[in-house]
Design a protein around this ligand. Structure first.
Ligand SMILES: Cc1cc2nc3c(=O)[nH]c(=O)nc-3n(C[C@H](O)[C@H](O)[C@H](O)COP(=O)(O)O)c2cc1C
Length: 325
């Protein structure tokens, strides 16, 4: 592998290919996470997905993944602070992850300081999702080991910057940087490594796999989508989420309604709106992912969908990416 930063990342995370199978609510079923790690990449567990969508008590789910692979796995912690119950649950997930011997936390939103403290006491690495230098600087102060740079092409909550511009903002902080967003093909990983990224986190590409338990209609929609079919909707969580544009999405529009917008502008209203949105989206996304085309309300996918033309096995994808380096 000619890229030193990619080699260093692989060593840091104990993986063979500088690829991360990103956390996906609701698509991260345990078999998908395990298959990514087993193939030599890093599979990331999404705790809400594991318990609420796929029906495992968190510890049992981790153990099940451990029975499928002994290679490194990571856990995603969304550090949302609007609900105390969720915060306490996040803490329990973090502690159970430490007990299960995970390799890495991928934190998102909020202040990762408490996760860093816990992780570093147990030799675990913390990568924080960032979309700009302001958030990255705060996470750097909290002691994170690296950044996942979520660009404007990503599935899930997309960023605003192109991959190169985001690299230019975050790389000067001196930590390893992983590119997230828009990568559906092995050649694109090579391009990102040439920019200076140490590796890539992929989401959408791993939905269209035999190991992902998402409904086949959802996978087919990814295969048929072009880049221009991916739109950002605020209807799901109040902040833009990338989805495939279907007649349903067109019929409801992509902007948050006037009352939601007004509530989102002040602090207390924001918490209320976030709670309403979270409850709604947790339910709608589960339904859309597991149900077929009658439920195509929200099929989340990034612009990488434009590069994805075939459902493949996870190992096949990871091998293709490795071979291209
Ligand atoms: C369906 C879906 C759900 C996602 N859910 C999460 C999540 O729960 N937590 C998270 O940190 N990132 C989440 N992401 C972002 C991915 O981990 C990854 O960064 C992103 O998909 C990369 O862009 P790509 O889809 O173009 O490969 C999600 C992405 C998708 C497509």
């Amino acid at each position: 592998m000619p890229h030193q930063h990619a080699t260093d990342l692989c060593r840091q995370l104990g993986i063979e290919v500088p690829l991360v199978c990103g956390a996906m609510y609701p698509c991260s079923n345990p078999e998908l996470v395990a298959a990514a790690s087993q193939a030599g990449a890093l599979g990331i567990v999404q705790p809400m997905s594991l318990s609420y969508v796929h029906g495992y008590e968190f510890k049992d789910g981790l153990q099940y993944i451990r029975s499928l692979t002994t290679k490194p796995i990571g856990v995603n912690l969304i550090l949302e602070t609007s609900s105390r119950i969720y915060q306490e649950r996040t803490q329990r997930w973090a502690e159970a992850s430490v007990e299960a011997g995970i390799k890495c936390f991928v934190t998102a939103l909020g202040n990762p300081a408490w996760v860093v403290k816990l992780a570093h006491a147990h030799g675990i690495t913390v990568f924080h999702d960032v979309t700009n230098a302001t958030h990255a600087n705060k996470a750097l102060d909290a002691g994170v080991d690296g950044f996942i740079c979520v660009n404007n092409r990503a599935g899930g909550h997309a960023g605003k910057l192109e991959p190169q511009a985001l690299y230019d903002e975050i790389a000067p902080l001196g930590k390893p940087v992983i590119c997230a967003g828009g990568i559906g093909h092995a050649e694109q990983l090579k391009q990102m490594l040439t920019i200076g990224y140490a590796g890539a986190q992929l989401g959408t590409r791993f939905i269209a796999t035999t190991e992902c338990s998402a409904h086949d209609d959802y996978k087919q929609a990814i295969l048929s989508a072009e880049e221009s079919d991916i739109v950002l909707t605020e209807k799901l969580s109040g902040v833009p989420v990338a989805v495939i544009n279907t007649p349903y999405i067109e019929s409801i529009g992509i902007k948050a309604g006037p009352i939601a917008r007004w509530l989102l502008q002040n602090r207390r209203g924001k918490h209320l709106m976030r709670t309403i949105y979270t409850l709604q989206s947790v339910y709608k996304l589960k339904k859309a992912s597991l149900g077929g085309s009658g439920y195509k309300d929200y099929w989340q996918a990034g612009k990488s969908a434009g590069q994805i033309r075939q459902v493949k096995r996870v190992e096949e994808i990871v091998n293709e990416f490795q071979a291209a380096l």
